[in-house]
Design a protein around this ligand. Structure first.
Ligand code: ATP
Ligand code: MG
Length: 135
């Protein structure tokens, strides 16, 4: 069993898509082991997205993610990291609509930045990110 961190980002959370996203998560056989609403501080979100420091979208991404609440869940399943990223679909919501039309980002994302959800990219990232968000 693996654990991964899922975030329902402010775009999808503020527009009321949490329940639909949770239904998809549960239908795919994930167990939600912890969950909570989070209002991140700018410095907490900067730490969370540290790997992207220096990239052109870093400032807008961290400002956006710390400006309104999002919803965090720890998901558990066999191969949870990969399974959750597959269910989310490609990073860019437009590309997701072309390549994985039933994915969460295709259905609920807006563009390349406001893309509805986050998923850890490895088991190491999952442990680090769960530490930052759930302590
Ligand atoms: P996440 O880490 O959110 O699960 P990901 O691993 O598919 O998504 P990353 O490359 O880690 O994508 O990027 C982290 C986040 O930064 C993306 O989810 C998106 O919100 C934003 N982002 C990534 N690339 C761009 C870009 N080119 N322009 C604007 N925002 C971007
Ligand atoms: Mg990532």
């Amino acid at each position: 069993m693996e654990k991964t961190l899922a975030l329902v980002k402010p775009d999808a959370y503020s527009t009321g898509h949490l329940d639909d996203i949770k239904k998809r998560i549960e239908a795919e056989g994930f167990k939600i082991v912890q969950e909570k609403e989070v209002k991140g501080t700018k410095s907490q979100i900067e730490e969370f997205y540290k790997e992207h420091e220096g990239r052109p979208f870093f400032e807008s991404l961290t400002t956006w993610m710390s400006s309104s609440p999002f919803y965090a869940m720890i998901l558990e399943k066999k191969d949870a990291v990969k399974a959750w990223r597959t269910l989310m679909g490609p990073t860019n919501s437009e590309k997701a609509r072309e390549e994985a039309p039933n994915s969460i980002r295709a259905l609920f994302g807006t563009d390349g930045s406001k893309n509805a959800t986050h998923g850890s990219d490895s088991l190491e990232s999952s442990a680090r990110e769960i530490g930052i968000i759930f302590g």
